[in-house]
Design a protein around this ligand. Structure first.
Ligand SMILES: O=C(O)CC[C@@H]1NC(=O)NC1=O
Ligand SMILES: [Fe+3]
Length: 407
């Protein structure tokens, strides 16, 4: 394993209970893919040149944990630019979905696409997020809605992790929508998801977590309780698309099931926030979808902050509501649209995103023993990460799991 010691680094460790956890004039050593030492350079135990490391002068650059995009639909066929035009002409997301467009139109395109075609298009989108410092990404299924097509999507996600310096969390989203062959029979489809799809795909080792879409145009909280019980019976954590377009009680149901996260939350009832805090459920905010759907109702950020509920941010990259592959733009939107502070926004794509994936013990902050996934930036202050839009801010990513660094 290639071992490296950075000197003269401006470290934003994200390791404190809040804020950036800044260490100015810091040093960080990575050995065997793990953080072996971190602290003020003046406190280094031995003179740097006596250490068996490749020594690099960071030149005062900002170093953060590698960014974590904890909610994406990165793998999909086709695109929905035509619906974008329809929405700009006044059609609502729901109207398009009820007319057979929306998720179902992407399902048809994804079912028709070969695995190689899905891999190539997703690979291009992955390169975009990696170019902005992402070293971990969550990728959902949910555009297949039959066993073979869901497996095809999750195998693409698995291949992307094999072929790139990135960690991929694979989330099963079979309960994303009711497929055409089950039209009008949501409960029958959910039986198929629970009794057939989930156990079969979990047995292939292709599922790290289970997600679902709780909404009037998808599934109810009562229906999804069965799915979450089945996931827990298989030892799988759960998360939920909740309160995006209306209050369907999804967040309450998910939090009471110990969900890792509830995601979107524009219509979250503030009375439900204590339940999120009680169960340690992360509130994952998705400003790209809010912006793209021209939503006007804001998620209750101030109330989540007051209750101490960790807030994560993610691109929600998908062809319908958030065709966005810029995590740095999402940091900016978290601040400008949702009223988060720059420190909260960066925590939302580091330590709190790690919590939303159940991976906090391993990634999300620069601490002794954690994975040596780093992002090194051509900027000085961490607030610049959400300040600039379109700047070429990343200097280099260092990914401990990268085969290039492997023993
Ligand atoms: O429109 C799509 O293709 C999916 C959008 C995405 N999925 C979901 O449940 N909510 C969303 O915003
Ligand atoms: Fe989503």
């Amino acid at each position: 394993m290639w071992d490296r010691l950075w000197l003269n680094a401006n470290l934003a460790t994200m390791a404190d209970a809040e804020g950036y956890g800044l260490i100015a004039n810091g040093a960080i050593a990575c050995k065997g893919g793990r953080i072996a030492w971190i602290g003020p350079q003046a406190a280094l135990p031995d003179a740097p040149d006596s250490l068996a490391f490749d020594i690099v002068d960071a030149g005062g650059r900002l170093m953060t944990p590698g960014l974590i995009d904890c909610h994406t639909h990165l793998v999909f066929g086709g695109n929905r630019a035509g619906e974008f035009e329809m929405r700009l002409e006044g059609a609502s997301y729901e109207e398009i979905a009820r007319a057979g467009g929306g998720i179902i139109s992407t399902v048809k395109a994804t079912r028709q696409a070969d695995e190689e075609v899905l891999y190539e298009s997703a690979s291009a989108r992955l390169k975009n997020v990696q170019a902005e410092g992402v070293t971990t990404i969550e990728i959902k299924s949910g555009y297949g809605l039959d066993i073979a097509s869901e497996v095809k999507m999750l195998r693409v996600a698995q291949s992307l992790e094999r072929d790139n310096p990135v960690r991929v969390q694979k989330t099963f989203l079979g309960a994303h929508a009711v497929p055409p062959e089950y039209a009008g029979r949501a409960d029958d489809y959910l039986d198929h998801v629970i009794d057939d799809m989930l156990p079969a795909i979990a047995a292939m080792g292709l599922i790290d977590a289970v997600d679902a879409f709780c909404e009037n145009i998808a599934f109810s909280a009562v229906q999804l309780t069965r799915l979450f019980d089945a996931a827990h019976a298989l030892g799988l954590p759960v998360k939920l698309h909740a309160e995006q377009l209306s209050d369907c009680g999804g967040s309450r149901m998910a939090a009471s099931h110990g969900a890792l996260s509830v995601d979107h939350l524009e219509y979250l009832d503030e009375a439900d926030i204590p339940l999120l805090a009680k169960h340690g459920t992360v509130a994952t905010l998705l400003p790209g979808a809010f912006y793209y759907l021209k939503e006007t109702r804001l998620p209750p950020v101030a109330a989540l902050r007051t209750a101490g509920v960790p807030m994560a941010l993610a691109t929600d990259c998908n062809p319908g509501s958030s065709p966005i592959t810029s995590p740095l733009l999402i940091l900016n939107m978290g601040c400008t649209l949702f009223g988060m502070t720059p420190a909260e926004a960066l925590r939302g794509m580091t330590i709190n995103a790690a919590k939303a994936l159940g991976r906090q013990p391993d990634i999300g902050s620069l601490e002794l023993g954690k994975a040596a996934d780093l992002a090194i930036w051509n900027i000085d202050h961490p607030a610049e990460l959400s300040y600039w839009i379109g700047a070429n801010a990343l200097h280099q990513s260092y990914f401990a799991g990268d085969p290039a660094f492997a023993a």
